[in-house]
Design a protein around this ligand. Structure first.
Ligand code: C2E
Ligand code: MG
Ligand code: MG
Length: 686
């Protein structure tokens, strides 16, 4: 830009110079002409007066007098040569300054003098003046001509002076007008400078720039166009930024933004020796709630969760005075959120925040007039110790979260290096489990359920086992969870159901009318067409429905009661029985329980195990038994291992029991043998 001002200034300077020079030259030329005429006139006058003085002397041919006179005149006029010619144009007298040039001059004198006989003649050659003046006698007779040749030195001097003056004037004009021109050009170009500056600023820094130009000309129009362009670009950039870095459902930062921020913060922590944490938050039960609410309400719920998480984190920042480096909550997608705590004192700080988050999510959410209960499983990775880059930190926090979830959810768990190993093992396990289903490595064991009063077999629970090629016989604890997580549980569950129905049908054919109970996992139960697949399994095995009992855990049964009723009712209508498994661990609402279509409560073995020593467990068992009695439901006490437990249960009115005391889960053949010995057919109505 500076160069543009410079260019314009130089151009204006050149113009000023040229114009001044031209004007001064014009003026000087006329002055010069005047000077020249004046000089010519003066010399003509001198020569004319000499001519009138000498006219008579010419006639009298007084050479001596004329010669002396002309020599004096030559000196007075400063002429080079003066000649006198007679009326026949013959050289009469000559007065020479430089005899060497005499020949030439003489010739031109004759030439000039002959030209206009009787007239005054002059000729200017450069600065050399040739003058010829006629001399008339008092009788007005031409007696001769005086010719002079002289250098007009004054003319040269005046010409030199003129050039000097011109240059001085032009320089003066430049000196005065150039700064003025620079000022004016600078002022005229200032809006362009402003525009350029704004464009440069906008291209390198921020588009929030506004150009203020009020010149009322095209530049103002241009500036306004720039402003509109910046505003539009800015809007578009912000929109792009929002799409790239903001989660549209919750308006929280998204995964990418969280990743970037974690990267920055983790690097800073390494450099400045700080401690921070990444919290991976996964909601418990969200999928079910979302399915029952519908997508729109589900999104609103996520928004509420996001807000609640943000509030808690902000509150913790405030309490710990961390406002300079605030924590960030982001949504990764689905029901997964994350929190980044950039600077904490120690891991206990992170634990405090994580526990507060767990507590906050546990409080009910009010949505569509309903109260909705969620939980949050949180994994915590502390940096730099658990990782220095966002990928590692998030993976480790995720692993820790999975542990928290597996341990029952609604809790926080710190990452531990062994989790990496177990995650790998889990991967191997999942792959092997896929093979196991294909290679028919699964078997079903049966555990007897007995009547308390006489120990006779009243039923059998089908429990799956995996005959692992190298690890031996694995119980479901080792693989059911993995099967649930990788989606194989539905396939396994289906297989167990069909197998159990077939085997129950075959022991029925052998005369043992023993009902079989099959465990149903949440995922299997949730599937469309579950009821139909059960009916088909019964039909294919030719097993009467009343000989099948399906066990649902209390948490599955209570999570979405409407859905349970929908799935259970058609099967119950056919005669299939339903049991709530592990009852007492899910803190079910009693109001719901009375409405639920269940036939059997299976009291969780933790209460049975502790009831002889822990009064609280005993009260729980008592309460469940009393409640079941009033609801006219059957109860099965699970995990009865000692006679003491059995006596106590009997005294409290338990009717059925299952446990190692009566028989461990066993293969089909062994169960058949055991049942043939112990089976006592129950009388109708018993
Ligand atoms: P569950 O349905 O509560 O089954 C009872 C569990 O308690 C069985 O463990 C059984 O071996 C064990 N048990 C029975 N009596 C006693 C006792 O006196 N003392 C002790 N300590 N344990 C006793 P198991 O076979 O390891 O099964 C564990 C859980 O795996 C089952 O709990 C059930 O929830 C699940 N499961 C088993 N088979 C299947 C299946 O085919 N499908 C699904 N979805 N889950 C299954
Ligand atoms: Mg069970
Ligand atoms: Mg159980």
């Amino acid at each position: 830009m500076r160069s543009l001002v410079m260019k314009f200034t130089l151009l204006t300077g050149a113009l000023i110079f040229a114009m001044t020079f031209m004007l001064v030259t014009l003026e000087s030329v006329s002055a010069q002409r005047e000077t020249r005429n004046l000089l010519i006139d003066r010399n003509i006058a001198s020569l004319s007066s000499a001519a009138s003085r000498l006219a008579d002397s010419f006639s009298s041919r007084d050479v001596e007098f004329v010669g002396a006179f002309l020599t004096e005149l030559r000196d007075n006029m400063g002429a080079d040569e003066i000649y006198a010619l007679n009326n026949r144009r013959e050289l009469f007298v000559e007065a020479l300054a430089d005899p060497n040039t005499a020949g030439n001059i003489r010739a031109s004198a004759i030439a000039v003098a002959s030209l206009g006989a009787g007239d005054i003649r002059h000729e200017l050659n450069g600065t050399t003046l040739h003058l010829a003046v006629p001399a008339y006698t008092s009788q007005r007779r031409l007696s001769g001509v005086i010719y002079a040749q002289l250098e007009l030195t004054e003319l040269v001097a005046s010409r030199n002076a003129m050039i000097k003056r011109q240059a001085l004037l032009a320089l003066f004009a430049l000196g005065v007008f150039l700064p003025l021109a620079a000022l004016l050009v600078g002022r005229a170009l200032r809006p362009i400078q402003t525009l350029t500056e704004a464009a440069r600023h906008a291209s390198s820094k921020t588009l929030d720039t506004r150009i203020r130009i009020n010149t009322g000309d095209e530049l103002e129009v241009l500036a306004n166009a720039f402003n509109r362009m910046f505003a539009r670009l800015n809007g578009n950039l912000k929109r792009i930024h929002r799409l790239a870095y903001v989660d549209m459902v919750t308006e929280l930062p998204n995964r990418e933004r969280f990743r970037k921020e974690t990267e920055r913060v983790a690097r800073k922590a390494l450099e400045e020796d700080l401690t921070g944490a990444v919290l991976f938050v996964d909601l418990d039960r969200f999928k079910r709630v979302n399915d029952s609410l519908g997508i729109g309400e589900g999104d609103r719920l996520l928004e509420m969760v996001g807000r609640r998480l943000t509030e808690v984190v902000r509150g913790c920042d405030l309490a710990a005075g961390r406002m300079d480096d605030p924590s960030m909550v982001a949504r990764l997608g689905g029901d997964e959120f994350t929190a980044l705590l950039p600077s904490i004192d120690d891991s206990a700080d992170a634990a405090r925040v994580a526990n507060k988050l767990v507590d906050a999510i546990r409080l009910p959410f009010e949505i569509g007039g309903h109260q909705v209960f969620l939980g949050a499983s949180i994994g915590v990775a502390v940096f730099p110790q658990d990782g220095a880059d966002p990928e590692t930190l998030m993976r480790h926090a995720d692993l820790a979260m999975a542990h928290a979830k597996r341990a029952g959810g609604s809790a926080a768990q710190f990452f531990e290096p062994t989790m990496n190993q177990s995650a790998f093992e889990r991967l191997v396990l999942e792959n092997e489990l896929r093979d196991a289903v294909q290679k028919d490595e699964l078997v079903v064991f049966y555990q007897p359920k007995v009547l308390m009063k006489d120990g006779s077999i009243a039923g059998a629970e089908a429990l799956v086992r995996w005959q692992h090629p190298t690890a031996g016989l694995l119980s479901p604890g080792a693989f059911i969870e993995a099967a649930e997580e990788c989606g194989l549980i539905a396939e396994i569950g289906d297989w167990v159901l069909r197998r159990a129905c077939n085997q129950a049908a075959s022991w029925r054919a052998a005369g043992l009318e023993i009902p079989v109970a099959v465990n149903v996992s949440a995922m299997q139960f949730d599937r469309e067409g579950f009821s139909q697949s059960v009916i088909e399994a019964l039909e294919d095995a030719n097993l009467p429905p009343h000989l099948l009992e399906l066990e649902l855990t209390e948490s599955v049964a209570m999570e979405n009661p409407e859905r349970v009723i929908e799935q259970v009712q058609p099967l119950r209508d056919k005669g299939v029985n339903f049991a709530i498994d592990d009852f007492g661990t899910g803190h079910s609402s009693l109001a719901y329980l009375t409405r639920m279509p269940f036939d059997v409560f299976k009291i969780d073995m933790s209460f049975v195990r502790n009831m002889t020593t822990d009064p609280h467990s005993r009260i729980v068992v008592e309460t469940i038994l009393a409640m079941a009695k009033s609801l006219k439901l059957e109860t099965v006490a699970e995990g009865v291992e000692t006679a003491e437990q059995m006596t106590m249960l009997k005294a409290q009115g338990a009717t059925l029991a299952q446990g190692f005391l009566f028989g461990r889960p066993m293969p089909y053949d062994q169960f058949m043998e055991h049942a043939e010995e112990a089976f006592v057919p129950r009388a109708v109505g018993e």
